[in-house]
Design a protein around this ligand. Sequence first.
Ligand code: C5P
Length: 404
Amino acid sequence: MSESMERRRIVLGVTGSIAAYKAAELARILVSRGYEVRVVMTQSGMEFITPTTMQAVTGQPVVTDFWDKSEASGIGHIQLADWAEALVIAPATADVIAKLAMGFAESPLLAVALATKAPILVAPAMNMNMYSNPKTQENIEELRKRGVRFVDPEEGELACGWNGTGRLADPEEIFFHVRRILSPQDFAGKRVLITTGPTREALDPVRFITNRSSGKMGVALAREAFRRGAEVTLVHGPVHIKVPGPVKREEVTSTAEMRKAVMDHMESKSEMPDVVIMAAAVADYRPAEVADLKMKKSDKTPTIKLVENPDILHELGKSKVDEKKPILVGFAVETGEIEDLLNEARTKLKNKNADMIVGNFANEAFDLDTNRVWLVDKHGRQEEVATTYKSRVANKILDTILTL
Ligand code: C5P
């Protein structure tokens, strides 16, 4: 279902890694998005960041040991375990992962982990050899089997001087995963292929034809589909985008490249996407010829001859294997009146054999964080989504896809 406005209660466990300072950034992100955060730290965690810092960021007392009778740590581990809607351990050391796998309860954090019924998310951070050690991997596997979710560490330079996989994931990335574990997984098991951004059609090695699309609508769709449990692939034109790590990204430049990237996903019936959302502002035409060398200024005004590009959505619609799969969603961008937009959307729905067309106006959509859309579907339904954040528009589109 759509994003809930409820406050979410997170217990954040901080253990002894050099990356512990990033826990403060994660806590800040959570608090700024309206989450309530209670921090539990291990003794070694406190060697790297102080409870005072975590208390200042969260505005809540920090739990550090079982026996502290002061008011600050007044809340017991069982209460905390019941209170939590998610337990997030970031950073998580090899040691705490091993102890979680064994079911130890020697510290308040381990006791909360053992007692809670809430989902658990673990973001490991350690030396690459400790991470790749078969014992650590076995512990991670064991925890995964018990339903614990992981945010994989990144590759890069490690505090110990080595270069490899073991760096704590970016706090924004961890946040994407927190949202996912708190959300109903109504897209679980669904493959969703999304295209977004503009395409570029080269004239010569330095010039091209393109449009003002920022790719933000497709990025919002990718993030929200991921949050709702989908396996997402995002084929995008040359724009800067930030999506959760597990979203597969394929960057393309021209319409022909985008077509190939999309069609490659249609080849195997068993791996066929369940849903294809074409949010890309694909260039309808390309220059008939691409000059090998930069075109020189001359006395004669040049004329550019254009030829039509393949229409990817149309091609998908034509070759749709059966009625249900994949569900095809296209966009229609207009600049005129609402009636024209709706007519265009209905015409595209029919001509491209799509299941739904999302109609929007260029001046309300391009490069903005908000959008106003009309959803026109194959059942004859037509719904306006008033101006709101693209994340909300994305959820509305995803809600409707589930009813197609
Ligand atoms: O026909 P028009 O370009 O307005 O259609 C828009 C919809 O069709 C969008 O979903 C867009 O991604 C898709 N499209 C396409 N291939 C093209 C042009 C548009 O898939 N060459």
